[in-house]
Design a protein around this ligand. Structure first.
Ligand SMILES: [Zn+2]
Length: 432
């Protein structure tokens, strides 16, 4: 009590002091200009490729785009006239703080502190692969919030992050740790909540500790030990409570949902995106189209899981679940593409090694997207899903986040797996 009273006093004094005096204006630092000359420029907002364009950047933000731009004296010129320039890429389904190495060690030997001290390595790797913005849909112990803060301050090198904090899941579900003795206890923040009041409270806690978005576990999953992949794990009322509470705080909800019924419940409850969407049926596709819900289908990582997870000691039960769902997911993704469901690029990075994010482009094109649509899913569409009009396109007012490649990614999207130039906020991060 005494301490809080003292704090109030201090605050009051500070407020009075700052109100009494107008601080002297700081001498403004000289503006920093960069002019990027491009060979081809991918205009994702109009779905076209332009040639002979310049991009003028002022203090990390795009000021103008057009031919033969005149830059103030002293402007740094970056010559990418031999390359194709695209907006910095966005992956909206990542777990940037960790990646699996060994089943036993992942669960029993790594502490949240181990995770916290290595997360920055994955962030840098991902940025250098051309992904300048990520949505992080679930991390233990709010390590994602800490990482975002460190990146925003410039202490750590990495993409811009929008983070979810703890993924909200039901007891015994995909977000819980199951399959062990009831006497084994895991410490730390609890991401499990059951019932309308408890799920609302966990949304509030996530917002309190820095979440930009809310992640809800609507159905069972693959990399966990519950029996099913697709069974719903929340009632409609619980899902609706999560969406309503998130909306009150100005947050969107991303729903992990493989199962047919869980997808529909989540769409009806008002989520912004369905993650995975593996077992979606025609009715679910129709509902998503009607509501404008984004599908975030991680159609690459099946290959990685089936090739690598047995070697890392993951239980056969988990690998068998991937076998049962992975191929179906690709077929159903193709159906959703054909029906015109909106797509945002999310790969579940952290299930496979960070930095391979661009490998999914090929699979999205195989599923029926044109290369331009696949690129839009990882730029303009992704920005729209994030609700962030500062990223996702090369246009005035947006952050100067750019990547460049040698060759034409609209002919061969795998070129995006080898970006040769990355700019974030007007600063060159990679130049090869
Ligand atoms: Zn995930």
């Amino acid at each position: 009590m005494i301490r809080s009273a003292a704090l109030v006093l201090t605050l009051a004094t500070a407020l009075t002091a700052s109100g009494a005096e107008t601080p002297a204006p700081k001498p403004s630092a000289p503006k920093k200009f960069v002019l990027v000359r491009t060979g081809a420029l991918v205009d994702v907002l109009q779905g076209r490729v332009l040639t002979g364009q310049d991009v003028l950047i002022e203090d990390g933000v795009i000021k103008a785009v057009g031919p033969n731009l005149v830059a103030p004296t002293g402007t740094r010129i970056v010559d990418l006239s031999g390359k194709t320039v695209l907006p910095g890429l966005i992956d909206v389904h990542t777990h940037i703080t960790s990646q699996p190495e060994d089943y036993y060690a992942d669960i029993f030997r790594r502490s949240p502190i181990d995770i916290a001290v290595t997360a920055h390595v994955y962030a840098k790797r991902t940025l250098e692969a051309g992904f300048t913005t990520l949505r992080v849909v679930g991390a233990d112990e709010y390590v994602d919030v800490a990482l975002r803060k460190a990146i925003d301050k410039g202490t750590v090198v990495g993409p811009r992050l929008k983070v979810a904090g703890l993924p909200i899941g039901a007891t015994g579900g995909h977000g819980d740790i199951t399959g062990f003795s009831p006497y084994l206890k895991f410490g730390g923040f609890d991401n499990v909540a059951d019932g309308v009041d408890a799920v609302r409270k966990l949304v509030r806690q996530n917002v309190k500790y820095g979440a930009d978005v809310i992640k809800m576990i609507a159905s069972a999953g693959v990399l966990s030990e519950e029996e099913s992949v697709g069974a719903p794990q929340y009632s409609f009322e619980e899902m609706k409570a999560i969406c309503d509470e998130a909306a009150m705080w100005g947050r969107k909800v991303a729903a992990h949902a493989h199962g047919t019924e869980a997808i529909k419940r989540a769409v009806r409850a008002g989520v912004a995106s369905i993650e995975h969407g593996s077992l979606i049926d025609d009715e679910g596709i129709r509902m998503m189209k009607e509501k404008g819900t984004f599908l975030v289908a991680d159609v690459y990582n099946d290959d990685w899981i089936l090739a690598e997870f047995a070697k890392m000691g993951y239980p056969e039960k988990i690998i068998e679940k991937e076998r049962s769902v992975g191929r179906l997911q690709r077929e159903n993704f193709a159906k959703a593409v054909k029906a015109g469901v909106r797509q945002a690029y999310g790969t579940d990075a952290g299930v496979y090694p960070h930095g391979f994010n661009a490998r999914q482009f090929k699979y999205m094109v195989a599923g029926g997207l044109t290369p331009m649509q696949a690129i839009q899913s990882a730029t303009a569409n992704a920005a729209e899903l994030l609700g962030w009009d500062k990223v996702g396109a090369i246009a005035p007012g947006r952050f100067a986040d750019l990547v460049a490649v040698d060759g034409d990614p609209l002919k061969d999207v795998t070129i995006l797996e080898k970006v040769s130039f990355v700019v974030k906020g007007g600063e060159v991060v990679v130049s090869r």
